[in-house]
Design a binder for this molecule. Sequence first.
Ligand code: SF4
Length: 233
Amino acid sequence: MFKLLSTANPKIQKGTKLGYLSFILHLAPADLSGREVCPKRTVGCTAACLNTAGRGGMFRKGETTNTIQRARIRKTQYFFDNREAFMADLVNDVLKAVRYARGKNLTPVFRLNGTSDLSWEKYNIADTGKNIFQLFPTVQFYDYTKVLGRKVAHLENYHLTFSKADGNDADVKKALTQGLSVVAVYDSIPEGVPSADETDLRFLDPKGIMLGLKAKGRAKKDYSGFVIRLQIV
Ligand code: SF4
């Protein structure tokens, strides 16, 4: 039904209880497609990326890829090789998703960096002079990012949460002073830290707070400093 977007992520489905339906775009993270989509990635986050969480990380014995990974690579190459057609398909998917969600009495919301960290505000839709957020000003978009200083303050319908990783502590401090919330990945989320696993609806959070995510996929075995380890092993 959708060329680029999906709703398959279990955390995303949790939002439906609150009346929202999230649509997510998964590209191939880092430079897995041969093209870089994560300009501020770290050694730890690259190795432990959510790309390997859930079905995306299930491989047949002896294989290192699967249909999900191949689809993400194809989409990423499409974005770089035929940007105009990709953005047109994205617009069509957003239109379809809005109709689909409204048919279910849910509010559609969109996360375009499911497994990437692109500055979508920089990419205009052909013949419009507008980016995707400006083209759909009444639709809510949100993302996690490790890129500080993105020029999105004028985009009221695009919410960013900063993402802590190994070696970006200085950026975490700056993000908090800029009023952004920050999410960190833990082996076990400490008491008192709100869980970002409950829903993916970060635009509903108060501003400037620290949130915790539980390590998933390869992150469970991360000792790079990306995952904050509080449990004694
Ligand atoms: S964790 Fe984020 S920045 Fe790091 S490789 Fe994955 S998608 Fe890219």
